[in-house]
Write a protein that binds this ligand. Structure first.
Ligand code: SAM
Ligand code: SF4
Length: 328
């Protein structure tokens, strides 16, 4: 199998693909309540054929893991068809999807049958009112049904992503709900530090992973455990007797740049080498105007040269894109 290495000798084998910048929620830390003024038109985003072409050529070069994300990936029409055709690529070893879970009860079975292996569901509060406050329009019960359905059809491991915000969902009762979830279900609850991508926020700040871990210790001792499959930079711990685990992803307080193995393809066809950098390499133009395989090869080789060693300099700038426009 071919392997890709960047200029800092990191092996790059993971591609995140955002398939839409649109979303059916409006999380306060991610998107303004009226949505984005510059949601992309259909003609300006990669078609499914172009995504498949990019992914299959990238796999030939050395990518072996792909995560589909957005915006909300399940709002794009015929997403199951995309998953079915990507899962037919023999060298693709791991395909996963990140979703807000709103449409999961409807889609879980089809997604599983189409060959999707793993799902991460984002859910920032297990309290209905707070969930509504954070997502502005979300209904917690619908997302819970989606999670149950995903467990029932066999998605394993099933991971939950939560961003903890000061004064919003950082109370002991909020964290106790997440801890309890790991006692009651074989779920892996991962706390992701808030990253300041957007200006419009409405809360003070995010909690660091050490602050969250300190609070969690109130509910029992936590022991380090091995990571479930496909865990990237998360560190995992478990309460004694729990079925699931808690994980910590700390992009702000503890950078994991030396282990970074990923590239990101945005819905509008730009390749990003670093989540925190405004730099991006156009792929939609070259793919539409030139020989697509050559275009992918050239863009990947440029990305490997340009991928920064770390994000320390990028963090000082204003961000051009929010997380929903990059693909989280
Ligand atoms: N809509 C899907 C969802 O919410 O899971 C997929 C896209 S969303 C951008 C992916 C992940 O990014 C979610 O877990 C979300 O909580 C996280 N996220 C979005 N904005 C963030 C930010 N500013 N800081 C940290 N995480 C963020
Ligand atoms: Fe939508 Fe996900 Fe952003 Fe929430 S975090 S607004 S669900 S893209």
């Amino acid at each position: 199998m071919p392997e890709l290495f960047d200029n800092h000798n990191r092996r790059i084998d993971y591609l995140r693909v955002s398939i839409t910048d649109k979303c059916n929620l409006r999380c306060i830390y991610c998107m303004p309540k009226e949505g984005l003024s510059d949601f992309k038109k259909h003609r300006d985003i990669l078609t499914y054929e172009e995504i498949e072409l990019f992914v299959s050529h990238a796999i030939k070069q050395g990518i072996s893991k792909v995560r589909l994300t957005g915006g909300e990936p399940l709002v794009r029409r015929d997403v199951v068809d995309l998953i079915r055709s990507l899962s037919g690529i023999p060298e693709l070893h791991d395909m996963s999807l990140t979703t807000n879970g709103v449409l999961l009860a409807d889609f879980a079975e089809e997604l599983y049958k189409a060959g999707l292996e793993r799902i991460n569901v984002s859910i920032d509060s297990l309290n209905s009112e707070k969930f509504k406050q954070i997502t502005r329009v979300g209904d917690l019960n619908i997302v819970k049904k989606g999670i149950q359905k995903a467990l029932d059809v066999g998605f394993k491991p099933l991971k939950i992503n939560a961003v903890i915000l000061k004064g919003i969902n950082d109370g002991l009762s909020d964290l106790k709900d997440f801890a309890k979830l790991t006692f009651d279900y074989p779920l892996h609850v991962r706390f992701i530090e808030y990253m300041p991508f957007s200006k419009e926020v409405g809360f003070k700040a995010g909690l660091t992973c050490s602050e969250i871990a300190e609070k969690l210790k109130t509910f029992g001792s936590l022991n380090k455990v091995d990571s479930p499959r496909g865990s990237g930079p998360a560190r995992y711990m478990k309460f004694k007797g729990a079925l699931g685990t808690v994980g910590f992803i700390s992009p702000m307080s503890n950078h994991f740049c030396p282990e970074c193995n990923r590239l990101r393809l945005t819905a509008d066809g730009k390749l990003k080498t670093c989540l925190f950098s405004n730099d991006e390499i156009d792929i939609i133009g070259p793919m539409r105007n030139n020989h697509p395989e050559e275009a992918v090869k050239e863009v990947l080789s440029r990305a490997l040269k340009e991928k920064p060693k770390d994000h320390s300099s990028a963090l000082k700038k204003d961000f051009v894109r929010t997380m929903s426009q990059i693909g989280g």
